[in-house]
Design a protein around this ligand. Structure first.
Ligand SMILES: C[S@@+](CC[C@H](N)C(=O)[O-])C[C@H]1O[C@@H](n2cnc3c(N)ncnc32)[C@H](O)[C@@H]1O
Length: 421
């Protein structure tokens, strides 16, 4: 098709590329897990600078990018950190700062999106796809930007995700759908139709099961159908079992369909606005390698907690931009008792009810925290276990490090020397 297609213009339109952020690894979580998955990374940092940094290693290498950026809603979102609170009195809820979706104007928002979409295009593999998740606020503008960056012929689907739920709106129809644009980098792209088939609806089954059904091509009822481009999945509401408390959390079923359709086992899946980590958690579950990035430490700690609550989290690295080394505001203390090669470490000075995670490195080298044992609070759990034991393979002097995280995402590191054997 011709290159003469409409392009969106606004005053001050520019794609900016900050210098790449220097990324440093702050932790290796579950270091003994399958090494082929150890390349997965959770990165705390501003995603434009992070993506610039990733170009060196990942340009043209990412098979699937899903992003759910701020929607231009003009709101700021808080994270719910309390439990068992009265839903009718939000003024009493315990919350922490979540993320901002407030912009000077549309141009400010579009500049944010434009630069990042361009970098995502560069990071995608030739056979890769991008899913951009937005709603009525900005979807129409984004479509034109994506046409410019990918080419209008590379639009694979416009997916409508519908849901229901309460809304105060009385002067218009309730706004209950989001729009996902799917663009592929080239004509050759991964699309696993058979991995996402769903049963035909009852009316179709009934029609074609009748021996008199003589019209059209008879579908393979047993195999199911490739879903339409409108999807219904319930939102992650208050009592939903996936609920993490992080605002605007997306349902795992939505990500599962996307990841199954547009990537293969072992592929690299990325989410540069990862929030509570829905995309990377599902990617991990489906045996994909993954990259997750968010600017908010609370989002990164929520994702880390979520991955560690998975029965098989797989090993992953945690990385931070050099400009924002993990700044500890908690001051945990640990007490260690030892018996021959066995030790028990016990957190002594922080309330277990206030914590969401406690991780241990039994042989800390002073630089990279290797998280080898964890006590992680489940989403409906009241408290966590603050004693963990370990058996050393051989006698020696070791440094035990414990990393504590509270519900607001504040962290602290304690270290203690121990002699065993
Ligand atoms: C809509 S939420 C994502 C929710 C996520 N899909 C989930 O299921 O939990 C958007 C996220 O983007 C993050 N974010 C916004 N601007 C960012 C930036 N410039 N760099 C990195 N993360 C950013 C916010 O902190 C927020 O967590």
């Amino acid at each position: 098709m011709s290159h003469n297609h409409p392009v969106l213009q606004w005053q001050g339109k520019q794609a900016v590329y900050p210098p790449p952020l220097q990324l440093v690894q702050s932790a290796l979580v579950l270091p003994e897990e399958p090494p082929e998955l150890n390349g997965s990374r959770l990165i705390e940092g501003e995603n434009l600078a992070v993506m610039s940094a990733l170009l060196a290693d990942f340009e043209g290498k990412i098979d699937l990018i899903y992003v759910d950026p701020p929607f231009l809603s003009g709101k700021s979102y808080r994270v719910r950190t309390g439990r068992k609170e009265d839903s009718r009195h939000p003024e009493n809820w315990k919350t922490a700062e979540g993320f901002q979706d407030e912009w000077r104007d549309r141009a400010d928002y579009l500049n944010m999106l434009y630069s990042r979409l361009r970098l995502m295009h560069s990071l995608l593999a030739e056979t890769g796809s991008l899913y951009l998740h937005l709603d009525w606020h900005a979807a129409a503008y984004a479509r034109v930007l994506l046409d410019e960056i990918f080419g209008p012929d590379r639009l694979l689907n416009e997916i409508i995700w519908t849901y229901h739920g309460p809304s105060p709106i009385r002067s218009a129809f309730k706004r209950k759908h989001d729009t996902l644009y799917v663009y592929t980098k080239s004509k050759e792209y991964t699309f696993n139709a058979d991995a996402v088939r769903v049963p035909y609806d009852a009316a179709t089954v009934k029609t074609f099961s009748s021996p008199k059904a003589g019209f059209g091509k008879r579908p393979d009822l047993a195999r199911g159908k490739v879903p339409e481009d409108w999807w219904y999945f319930p939102v992650v509401a208050r009592m939903h079992r996936e609920r993490t408390g992080y605002p605007t959390q997306k349902p795992e079923a939505l990500l599962e369909r996307i990841i199954r359709a547009s990537s293969n086992s072992g592929d690299l899946v990325a989410d540069f606005f990862c929030g509570s980590g829905t995309c990377v958690t599902v990617a991990r579950r489906l045996g994909r390698r993954w990259l997750g990035c968010d600017i908010s430490p609370l989002a990164i700690n929520t994702t880390r907690r979520r991955l560690l609550l998975e029965p098989e989290a797989g090993g992953f690295g945690v990385w931070v931009g050099r400009d924002r080394q993990e700044h500890h505001t908690l001051h945990p203390k640990i007490e260690i008792t030892s018996d021959n090669l066995n030790v028990e470490a016990r957190l002594t000075n922080l309330e277990p009810e206030a914590l969401i995670a406690l991780e241990f490195d039994w042989d800390f080298d002073g630089h990279l925290f290797r998280s080898r044992a964890q006590s992680i609070k489940g989403w409906r759990q009241e408290t966590i276990n603050t004693r963990l034991g370990h058996s050393y393979p051989r006698a020696g002097n070791y440094v035990v490090a414990a990393r504590a995280v509270d519900a607001e995402g504040q962290t602290g590191l304690a270290t203690e020397r121990v002699q065993v054997g």
